[in-house]
Design a protein around this ligand. Structure first.
Ligand SMILES: Nc1ncnc2c1ncn2[C@@H]1O[C@H](COP(=O)(O)OP(=O)(O)OP(=O)(O)O)[C@@H](O)[C@H]1O
Ligand SMILES: [Mg+2]
Length: 295
C-alpha cells in the first residue's frame, strides 16, 4: 500500500494545503487532491491512513453524481489523462484520489445541516434549549433525531480558528435574500436525499457541511460532499439516543488517543499499526456500504 501523507507533486502549482487536501491551481480549474492525512480533535496525525484519501474523493464523486438532478457541481473529470499535461507523470499517485474541478467564487457561508442533535449543538441546547439561535422542543436527548433538519450556517474563520455560527438573516445580509434562500433550500434538499440513501445502507449522517460557489452567474455545489470529513457518520446498528455516538470512521483512533493520555495539542502521537489497519479497513467498509463498490 502506498499511503500518501502529503503530496509530493513539487512541479504542480500548489494553491493551498488544508488539513487533509492539497489544492493546485490551473487558472480556470483546480486540482483537488485528497491525501491520506487524518485529523482527530482538530490535529493532523503523523500517520497517514492508507487509501483514506481515495475513499473520501470517491465518496464526493458518488454524491456529486447522485445530486446532479438537484444542483450542478464543480466536477470536470477524475480521469487523470484528461488533466493538464503536467499532471501526467503523477498519474498513479493521483488516480482515484483527485478530481479536476471548475474554479468558482466560493460563497462566504458554510452551509451546515443538522439532522440529529450532537456535538456543539447538544452543548448549546443543554444551556438554553437552542441550537444556533433556533429554539428546540424540550426534553431532547443527546443524539436524538430532530423533527426536521436544521440549517445552521456559519462563516469561514481565518485559518486555524473555529467557524462562527450566524443566523439565517445574517446570511441574507451577506448574500442577498435570493441567494441565501437558494443555498439554504439546496442544502436541506441535498442532506435529506443523502441521509435517506445512507440510512438504507446502515449509515446515519447526523450532520454535514456544504459549500457553494458561483460560476457564470450560477450557483453550484463545490468542495467535498457528504464525506466522513465534512459530516458526522454514525453506524446505525450502534445508534442509541441518550449518549454520544460512535464515529463510524474515527472511533478507533479517538479511543486510542484518549487512552494514550495525549493532551489534544500538537504534536499528536504515532498510532499503533493495528489502529492504522483497523481505520483503513473502516474507511473502505464505509465506501463499499455506501456505493456498493470496492475501491
Ligand atoms: N470549485 C471550487 N472553486 C473554488 N474554490 C473551491 C472549490 N472547491 C473547493 N474550494 C475551496 O477550496 C478550499 C478547500 O480547502 P480544504 O478543505 O483543504 O481546507 P479548509 O476547508 O480551509 O480546511 P480543512 O483542512 O479544515 O478542511 C476551501 O476554501 C473551498 O472553499
Ligand atoms: Mg475543508
Amino acid at each position: 500500500m502506498n499511503a500518501i501523507p502529503q503530496t509530493r507533486f513539487k512541479d504542480l502549482p500548489l494553491k493551498r494545503q488544508g488539513k487533509v487536501r492539497d489544492i493546485f491551481d490551473f487558472e480556470d480549474t483546480l486540482l483537488l487532491v485528497t491525501t491520506d492525512r487524518l485529523s482527530a480533535f482538530d490535529v493532523v496525525l503523523p500517520d497517514p491512513i492508507p487509501d483514506k484519501g481515495k475513499v473520501l474523493n470517491q465518496i464526493s464523486v458518488f454524491w456529486f453524481e447522485k445530486m446532479a438532478d438537484i444542483v450542478g457541481n464543480h466536477l470536470v473529470t477524475t480521469d487523470v489523462d484528461a488533466y493538464p499535461e503536467v499532471c501526467r507523470p503523477h498519474r498513479d499517485a493521483l488516480a482515484k484520489r483527485s478530481m479536476l474541478v471548475k474554479k468558482a467564487d466560493p460563497l462566504p457561508v458554510e452551509c451546515i445541516v443538522r439532522g440529529y442533535i450532537s456535538g456543539s449543538g447538544w452543548k448549546s441546547y443543554q444551556k438554553d434549549g437552542q441550537v444556533c439561535g433556533i429554539q428546540l422542543p424540550r426534553g431532547l436527548k443527546e443524539s436524538d433525531k430532530l423533527d426536521a433538519p436544521l440549517y445552521t450556517p456559519s462563516t469561514k474563520a481565518e485559518v486555524g480558528d473555529h467557524d462562527i455560527n450566524i443566523s439565517f438573516e445574517h446570511t441574507v445580509d451577506i448574500l442577498g435574500r435570493e441567494t441565501a434562500e437558494k443555498i439554504r433550500n439546496l442544502s436541506l434538499e441535498i442532506y435529506n436525499k443523502g441521509a435517506a440513501l445512507a440510512l438504507e445502507k446502515g449509515i446515519i449522517i447526523a450532520d454535514t457541511k456544504f459549500e457553494f460557489g458561483v460560476l457564470d452567474g450560477e450557483i453550484i455545489l463545490i468542495d467535498e460532499v457528504l464525506t466522513p470529513d465534512s459530516s458526522r457518520f454514525w453506524p446505525l446498528d450502534d445508534y442509541a439516543p441518550g449518549r454520544g455516538q460512535k464515529s463510524f470512521d474515527k472511533q478507533a483512533v479517538r479511543d486510542w488517543l484518549v487512552n494514550s493520555g495525549w493532551g489534544k495539542t500538537p504534536p499528536a502521537p504515532e498510532l499503533p499499526q493495528e489502529v492504522i489497519d483497523n481505520t483503513a479497513r473502516t474507511y473502505k467498509e464505509i465506501f463499499t456500504r455506501l456505493t456498493g463498490e470496492s475501491l
